[in-house]
Design a protein around this ligand. Sequence first.
Ligand code: SF4
Ligand code: SF4
Length: 64
Amino acid sequence: MRCSEKCCTYICPANVYEWNDEKCLMTIRYENCLECGACKIACDKQNIIWRYPSSEYGVKFKNG
Ligand code: SF4
Ligand code: SF4
């Protein structure tokens, strides 16, 4: 899927998404995710799917 805006790369407060133009590759550092939900709302192609952790335990910080 082509996406010229790549809004996920600048909407995320945790810098989870990084686009490499040279390699035409998206790097996703999922372990940085703060579960704010902004990327899911911002992606107009509905290309981002995530769910809260099971059992309603809330955010599970993987780094720090
Ligand atoms: S996740 Fe959405 S906003 Fe990000 S590059 Fe893909 S289609 Fe574009
Ligand atoms: S839900 Fe996670 S990946 Fe998405 S914008 Fe928020 S911090 Fe970034």
